[in-house]
Ligand binder design. Sequence first.
Ligand SMILES: Cc1ncc(COP(=O)(O)O)c(C=O)c1O
Length: 594
Amino acid sequence: MWRLARDSGSLDLNTSYAYLLFARDFPETCRIIEVDGEPAGFVLGYRRQSEPETYFVWQVAVSDEYRGQRLGLRLLEDFAADARYLEATITADNTASQRLFSSFARHRGATLNRRDMFSADHFPDDHDAEGLVRIGPMRTTTQDATFNPDTDTDTNTDADETEIRPMSTVELESQVRSYSRSWPISFDRASGATIHDVNGKPYLDFFAGAGALNYGHNHPHLKETLLDYFTSDRVVHSLDMFTPARDDFLATFHDEILTPRNLDYKVVFPGPGGANAVEAALKLARKVTGRESVVNFTNAFHGMTLAALSVTGNAMKRGGAGLPLVHATPMPYDDYFDGDVPDFIYLERLLGDEGGGLNEPAAVIVETVQGEGGLNAARMEWLRKLSDLCKKHDVLLIVDDIQMGVGRTGSFFSFEEAGIVPDIITLSKSLSGYGLPMAVTLIRPELDIWAPGEHNGTFRGIGPAFATAAESIRTFWRDDALRDTTVARGLQVESRFNRLVAEHQEHQLVAKGRGMARGLQFSSGDLADKVTTAAFERGLLAETSGPEGEVVKLLPPLTMTDEEFERGMTILEESVTDTLQANPADKTKEFATS
Ligand SMILES: Cc1ncc(COP(=O)(O)O)c(C=O)c1O
């Protein structure tokens, strides 16, 4: 131990007896790593008694001879396999340790926070100030079979670095990635409502590509369509050139979706993603009306491009823009004031008031259920009133149906139940039916004023997506079976959520949503996160949404079997109950306000 401390070149040798005492008294959290039978490094630490999920690293040392082999990282991985948080104190000039802990945080997909702890005044000699590094929350690697397989023995020094591959590309990608932080494993195969990690472990997928997989993963019939498309060398990329696949989609969409609903829209292909459809909608509304201002709603989400962000509520997401987001006026969404104030008073008054100061809006953009905003479902009468208000004031109504359309709430379009007819509709996510990129902006024929090429883009004609989109419409929308199942299952989720609300009254849970877009709101994002983590550990993927991530969100494939539905709901209920039992209500309140 002494020799190692000496060879590490950075540890205080006078206190090396303390290393031995640590190793003796905290054997569970002290590790030594050997290379060819020789000690090459150690980590000493302990589990915080008052906070057993936090592991504190007292010392980590790697002999000079073995530097560059990432032994430090492997020691930490082994040491902290069961930890949710890892802490250490580091001096500002100890760049090797700073690098090591940063690298560890990246490997575990966790956030690293630093704060001052002991200033230099605390030390009699010229010891530098010690800052506290805290990493977490992390998933425990012992619960994740795919993660870092070389950590189960600290003497396994023959292990090639590639053995920690599932996480090694993490360093190549920007830290902006987000979903892989909730589920820090590598997914490989998927079918229906099940997705498998690289080791073959199955997870029930109640996230469904954030609503892009309403018909599940790799639906067998749509897969056949796709394979056939590829094997017959049909055109994959076509901008807006004519192709049979494009014709087929347009005709099928017109005949099977628009005509039976008595709807008359022209189709704009705006680009492959949802934000493309929103950009096109906002651009066109402004061009048609000659006005620049758009009314949006609190907690709205419309995408990450600049115009889409300007009508999005979430402060964190808006912060990514790097410039002021203008020409949008947020108004309260339905029930924003918890029923205390009629939500329309403000918008209604401003629209009709010469002294109101509201720039005359080109359009109002709205989601019928706010998916990212926390599963807030507008009432039908609110939507009807909004539509009437828009008509009265000659303002275009844009319904962003990117997440709630294509059957998520039951009917193909989520506004059908309200009986309104928007001027512009955006669709994407599940439109292709297979998780392929595809979006449309539907516009009333009178709004079709763009000159040829005035709105354009390279990826507006993706043949395979046209093919699966048309086939999915033929498969699922020629009768009401999918719609009826979705509505019925949605009501089942609602009543099961209501039962949880009643069983855990002290936690003041709120059941939210419509159709198969459902949410359960907790008192804090931390609690909701604990629930989705518990669900993940039991084999269920579900994400959180809402301004603080406080809503556990369910968007399962609409095509799942009854058995999958039952199993997923049971896992979720157990995860909620266990989490709430482990976090009594008064404690969570403290946490929420701290
Ligand atoms: C309602 C709504 N609009 C727009 C978007 C943006 O879609 P995309 O991520 O494909 O750009 C989303 C994405 O979640 C959405 O939910």
